[in-house]
Ligand binder design. Structure first.
Ligand code: ADE
Length: 244
């Protein structure tokens, strides 16, 4: 998977993929992140990438030409396989909220272009004439799309084969499975008066699975994120349990 980030602040990505799981994925050639500086595609010697809004109003707007040119430069550098199918994401608080369905959709693309917005926003023509997806990472406004782009890179990379140790782990994770995760414990058995549940140390795998799935995941989800239950894959017995 090749991510191509288009940004006014390339320095935001320095070191972003140099550690842990993503660092290893880059090292092993499973993931690459290239960063294109929008300012290189501006026309004047000051590298002007923003301008005042037509109609007046506070805040500057990112101009369309440098962003179109930067994205086109990225697309031209790619192998000529169906460039029309390459997702071009615009990171913006107005976009569709990032979720597992969108992550699954993106994880099968060989290349993804990510445009980071800044200032008051981007010229509307970037939204209507360039981006294939407009994506928000939540209902709050960041100072720019760079952190949001990193969230997409991280979340999508986990679903690329071999990036995370075991495919099973990735799919059983919290939220991915549709439910919140059961509590996790490791040694010591007792820590500052808090003990690990007896059942996890019982060696009885059926009991452990029941405790994790039914008592913990399902109940936790019901208590903390009941909205997830509408889309979770539930067994008949889970449904009966929830209806009680
Ligand atoms: N840029 C600013 N805020 C954002 C958000 N919440 N999601 C994506 N991009 C953004």
């Amino acid at each position: 998977m090749r991510f191509h980030v288009v940004t006014l602040f390339p320095e935001a990505f320095e070191g972003a993929t140099s550690y842990s799981i993503l660092g290893r994925a880059v090292h092993r050639g499973l993931v690459s992140v290239t960063v294109t500086d929008i300012r290189k595609f501006t026309f004047d010697r000051h590298g002007t990438a923003d301008d005042y809004q037509f109609g007046g109003g506070p805040g500057m707007v990112m101009k369309p030409e440098p962003i179109f040119r930067a994205v086109e430069d990225v697309l031209e550098s790619l192998p000529p396989e169906e460039p029309d199918l390459i997702p071009i994401l615009l990171m913006s608080p107005q976009g569709e909220q990032l979720n597992q369905r969108l992550i699954d959709e993106l994880a099968v693309a060989p290349d993804i272009v990510i445009v980071c917005g800044h200032y008051a926003g981007v010229d509307e023509r970037i939204r209507t004439g360039l981006a294939t997806h407009e994506i928000s990472i939540g209902d709050y406004v960041l100072t720019g799309g760079e952190l949001a782009a990193m969230v997409v890179i991280d979340a999508v990379s986990r679903f690329i084969p071999d990036v995370v140790g075991s495919a099973e782990n990735v799919h059983e994770d919290s939220i991915t499975s549709g439910l919140l995760q059961h509590p996790l414990y490791t040694r010591p058995v007792e820590f500052r008066g808090m003990t690990t549940p007896e059942v996890l140390r019982s060696g009885n795998h059926a009991e452990i699975a029941r405790w994790r799935g039914r008592q913990q995941s399902l109940e936790r989800t019901l208590r903390l994120r009941p909205d997830l239950l509408r889309f979770a894959e539930l067994s008949n017995s889970d449904r009966i349990y929830l209806e009680q």
